[in-house]
Write a new protein. Structure first.
Length: 304
């Protein structure tokens, strides 16, 4: 980048000194949390199923590459690369090239205005400019006070602007059926309801019933079913069933628990019921999946 002195020489005199550039509509991140992972074995903790967040997760592989499975897509995240995981995307980690690593994670809330969609499933290069912003961000994050909080927000917004700048014209590709359904829910005005349902499902070891969720939301079960179907494009029963199956899928990959135990943990009445539901959803039996069988696209669990 040219020096400040050279850049100053390029500045033109403004036609109207009191009329300058105005800010466009700006969407800022909020509720920001930063942390670092230094070992590959620590990435998949806790091992209670694939991670599901209602927040954005920005992962920056500063040292050591790892394959990240996001929904049904394997993303090779090499050293010096970053990846943005969107709200309600399941993800876990595998095939670390070395045990020792250095990954910066930044999780945050933000209204999805569509400007980040080109980054879905797409790793990006970590540039020197991004590294400088990350250093400033972490330094400010380690401080306390309202000023530090505001600066953290602004620095993350700047980092995101650098990340999406070279990919502004990129086409969205590789979207899984689950991601498409969730995107459809957002387009139809359903993020608030889906967020609450997912949060309620995450709070308990076993997914709550529709009646329990309706009671927690202060509405009737029939009203919840109707609103969820209209706003999210899928019945709430199928959505919760999908959450249970995805949790089971993570436990099959990330733990050594017996299939019968996993079935019980995920709310299935029997191992037979679980195996039948798993095969119907992924076209592979649970034990075959654990052994490394390839999963086919989801069949009926996300249909209307």
């Amino acid at each position: 980048m040219p020096s400040l002195e050279k850049l100053l020489a390029l500045l033109p005199s403004p036609a109207h000194p009191l009329a300058g550039r105005r800010a466009t509509t700006l969407v800022l991140p909020d509720n920001i949390a930063c942390f670092c992972r230094r070992s590959a074995s620590g990435l998949n903790r806790p091992q209670r199923g694939r991670a599901l967040h209602h927040r954005f997760v920005l992962m920056l592989a500063l040292r050591t590459g790892v394959t990240v499975r996001v929904d049904d897509t394997d993303v090779s995240l090499g050293e010096g690369k970053g990846l943005l995981v969107f709200p309600f995307q399941f993800h876990d980690y595998m095939d670390a090239r070395r045990e020792a690593l250095q990954w910066l994670f930044i999780t945050f809330d933000m209204v999805n205005d569509g400007s980040l969609e080109a980054l879905r499933y797409q790793p990006f290069d970590i540039t020197p400019d991004m590294v400088r912003i990350m250093a400033d961000l972490v330094a400010v994050y380690l401080k306390t006070g309202a000023t530090a909080d505001d600066l953290t927000t602004l620095l993350l917004a700047l980092l995101l602007a650098h990340i999406k700048r070279p990919r502004a014209g990129a086409r969205k590709r590789g979207q899984s059926p689950a991601a498409s359904t969730l995107a459809g829910g957002r387009a139809a005005g359903g993020p608030g309801l889906m967020t609450k349902v997912n949060e309620l499902a995450e709070e308990r070891a076993l997914p709550p019933s529709v009646k329990e969720m309706a009671a927690a939301l202060g509405i009737s079960a029939s009203h919840l079913r109707t609103r969820f179907r209209e706003s999210c494009g899928v019945t709430i029963g199928r959505h919760v069933r999908w959450l249970r199956l995805e949790k089971a899928r993570g436990l099959l990959r990330l733990s050594t628990r017996r299939v019968s135990e996993i079935a019980e943990m995920c709310g299935f009445s029997s191992v037979y019921t679980f195996s039948r539901a798993f095969h119907a959803a992924y076209s592979v039996a649970p034990l075959e999946y654990r052994k490394g069988a390839h999963i086919q696209p989801r069949k009926s669990t996300r249909r209307r």
